[in-house]
Write a protein that binds this ligand. Structure first.
Ligand SMILES: [Fe+2]
Ligand SMILES: [Fe+2]
Length: 357
């Protein structure tokens, strides 16, 4: 159902907590039985700030982030904190990270950062860490245990020995479908840390994990993939309610594996199309357990926008607000035990690449 909202309607609705607009950010609400425990946080991801030369940057990507920051500061109620989901820069250079950090500095309140591959592979995260701190960490907030992982690491052989220059290494990893890239992973050291971190958390505590790449295997050819995803999932398996939010894929995705609900965040920069494998023979399909309602691949801004996520008792209900003002809601269904669209497009209105999952 199409809906169009003008600015005044947005501000009125925002004041009522029923936001509706076309903004490239995510607002996450964690609602609990006691109203005083309910809180929200905002989620902005994949801004890909790109330097052309000197102080000249790709304007379109700048505008997406500037807009998300401005709208985040206008949110009512004010979010408790903001998460930036990674790929702040395009090619990892200081000018790009500085410029992106400058825009994010306008956010009021605490910002938690997630490392993206575009931020990392020039200097292996050195400058990013100077700006934003540790690459993986956890924190507790009002009864929820939050974990931030750096999921875009890879084999030392690829990182340290394969490429003659840091710039070439960055360029190879920056390509979406470049066969010279290497699968992302969380890695042994970080998984050991995660195991120790989670050992302190009660199994009934809702756990929310932020990673840049999906902690599930969707499509290796485009690195919509984390090589040790199953091992990370195994560490999360003992908990009653786990939600993983990830960026990187620049599109709407959701899935359920065991106790873990997966939801992607949209990008402020551009949408990626859906991997070709989705339209191939069923045995080649990635292991996606939930039928997805596809966005329109012929609309270049579809699957970018912002989301309002309401986590009620540890389960997420995600309202996607797309650039063309169509709203879609993906909610956790207690009966089926998985997130799913509350409404699907009419079959006769789908274009062929949407006619599958
Ligand atoms: Fe990205
Ligand atoms: Fe990425």
């Amino acid at each position: 159902m199409s809906q169009t909202f003008d600015r005044r309607t947005f501000l009125r609705n925002a004041a009522l907590g029923v936001s509706a607009s076309t903004l490239p950010l995510t607002l996450v609400e964690l609602a609990f039985a006691k109203p005083e425990d309910t809180f929200t946080f905002a989620y902005i991801s994949d801004s890909h700030i790109q330097q052309i030369r000197g102080t000249e940057f790709v304007r379109n990507w700048d505008r997406g982030l500037i807009r998300a920051v401005a709208e985040t500061n206008l949110l009512t109620p004010k979010p408790d904190f903001v998460v930036f989901g990674g790929d702040l820069a395009q090619l990892g250079g200081k000018p790009e990270l500085d410029h992106g950090a400058g825009m994010l500095a306008r956010l009021s309140g605490k910002v938690y950062h997630v490392m993206g591959e575009h931020d990392y592979y020039l200097d292996l995260g050195e400058y990013w860490s100077k700006l934003f701190g540790p690459q993986y960490y956890s924190f507790n907030h009002k009864g929820v245990h939050f974990v931030v992982l750096n999921s875009i690491l890879t084999y030392d052989d690829w990182t340290l020995r394969r490429w003659p220059t840091a710039e070439q290494r960055m360029a190879e990893m920056a390509g979406l479908d470049n066969p010279n890239g290497s699968p992302f992973m969380v890695g042994d050291k970080q998984r050991e840390w995660l195991q120790q971190d989670l050992a302190k958390v009660k199994k009934s505590t809702p756990v929310v994990v932020f990673s840049h790449s999906p902690l599930q295997k969707i499509y290796k050819g485009w690195n919509f993939w984390t090589e040790d995803a199953e091992q990370v999932q195994a560490l999360l398996a003992p908990f009653d309610k786990v939600t993983v939010f990830y960026g990187h894929v620049h599109q709407i995705q959701y899935n359920q594996i065991g106790n873990i609900s997966f939801t992607s965040a949209m990008a402020t920069a551009w949408p990626w199309p859906y991997p070709q494998s989705y339209a191939q023979a069923e045995q080649l399909l990635p292991k996606l357990t939930v039928q997805m309602n596809r966005a329109d691949p012929f609309f270049e801004r579809d699957a970018t926008g912002w989301q309002l996520i309401d986590i009620n008792s540890g389960r997420a209900r995600v309202n996607f607000n797309l650039y063309n003002n169509r709203t879609r809601t993906v909610a956790f269904d207690e009966k089926t035990g998985q997130p799913q669209d509350t409404a699907f497009q009419a079959a006769d209105q789908r274009v062929p690449p949407q006619d599958h999952f």
